[in-house]
Design a protein around this ligand. Structure first.
Ligand SMILES: [Zn+2]
Length: 109
């Protein structure tokens, strides 16, 4: 069974997800945008290129998070992009990008 988020918080540059199996993860906006699972982004090798001209990774934010059924969330970006449906399974399989530092509370076994 795929774990479900019990709490999703929007941070200035990331979303903070608490899962019902005790797992806790912070997903940066940059990572989420790079891994956007929508057809349009997946057909492009670098989804960040799909940003509108006046926006950049720096000021990229999520303006809304919508629950899709009981299996996914839809992210609404400040540049109007909103076709990405992130299933819980997909979120759990996402690996932090190499530039992301691992949080210190990752050391438990
Ligand atoms: Zn997309």
């Amino acid at each position: 069974m795929t774990p479900q988020p019990t709490q999703i918080k929007r941070l200035p540059d990331a979303i903070d997800v608490q899962w019902n199996d005790g797992h806790h993860r912070v997903y940066s906006y940059q990572l989420l945008r790079q891994e956007c699972p929508c057809a349009r982004c997946k057909s492009d090798k670098n989804p960040l290129r799909l940003l509108s001209a006046d926006s950049s990774v720096k000021n990229l934010t999520i303006v809304d998070i919508q629950l899709v059924g009981r299996y996914a969330i839809r992210l609404i970006w400040n540049d109007g992009h909103k076709t990405g449906i992130y299933t819980f399974e997909f979120l759990r399989s996402l690996q932090p990008s190499p530039t992301e530092t691992t949080s210190p509370d990752n050391s438990f076994d």
